[in-house]
Design a protein around this ligand. Sequence first.
Ligand code: HEC
Ligand SMILES: [Cu+2]
Length: 348
Amino acid sequence: MNDYGPGFRRCTPINYAVFLCALTAASAALADNEAAPLNYFLHSYGPAATPTMHLGWVFVALLLAILIIVASLLAGAVFHKRPVEDFRKIGREEEGMPWIYIGTGISTCILVVLAIYSLVTLNVIAKPTHVPGLTLTVTGYDWWWKVEYENDDPARHFVTANEVHIPVGVPVLVKLKSADVIHAFWVPVLAGKTQMIPGLINQQWLEADTEGVYAGECTQYCGVQHAHMGLEVVAQNTAEFEKWRDAQRRTAPPTSAAGANAGQKIFLDQCAGCHTVRGTEAVGAHAPDLTHLNSRRMIAAGLLTNTPDHLMQWITHAQELKPGARMPSMVLTPAEASSLSAFLSTLN
Ligand code: HEC
Ligand SMILES: [Cu+2]
């Protein structure tokens, strides 16, 4: 009986048990860590995401139930062998048929119920519960996000990049476009994925129940730096959000210090073809708007935290930090770098 090699039957269940314990412990430990992988399977922070999370739970619970039932039946069959004398007797052909009918019947019912549940969920998350209080247009570029805050009054319309601020408890309509290839907008704990297709405007809505910073990703492979195309959604209470929005609407202040003036000149010479700083002559449209650069937590679509050191490293070594990015590594003398840094530090 035991010719599987030494220890086979003794070890397998133990291995499984250890594996299962480790898995359970790991999931328990990670459950409250917001950055944990697959965290969105356990947590959701908005009404556009919660119904799909529950749908996922039901599917997984059912899969586990089926796995356990099938595995126990199989184990039953393996361990309850027929008596040896029966072994070669073949039963009548139709003997097991009722089981086939019962099994097929149950599976069909389950599949129909799941199909209905999925459709109902899709319908529930298709539209916000009340009229969106804010409309954004997010455009995917290789490999960053342009974020426009729409307003009927053009003076109140503004542009930023890679960081989306929204007020808590307010549904936000997000129009999704692409400037080059197909990207996809996904903030897992707030809503499902929506593709950004060149020439089309897709829509999605988001709403956050609680204040916090929620990570988003591009989920459609869009080229070498696809993995470094992150964004953040910062959900704030209404007062803080209004404060942020008023600040973002402002143009950059005029520079006064000599260093910053020299830096602005370098910026206009070398950077303005791609970047905009509202309030200056820099109106480039192929790169993130830098008017309020220092208000952002990250630079280069989530690649680096936004510190003065990282900024200068990025500007002079963009191609080493994010190979293929649509910004060249800029060549600056130390004096130029320090003036430029002084100018950038005014962009609050
Ligand atoms: C050829 C166009 C081009 C030029 C010239 C250029 N940039 Fe960029 N820059 C980009 C692009 C595109 C990005 C976005 C890169 C990414 O994240 O993939 C970027 C990103 C940045 C960022 C990060 C912004 C953010 O919020 O993530 C900073 C800061 C920046 N550039 C500063 C500069 C400065 C300063 C200069 C001039 C010394 C300059 N750039 C010249 C195209 C350019
Ligand atoms: Cu992308």
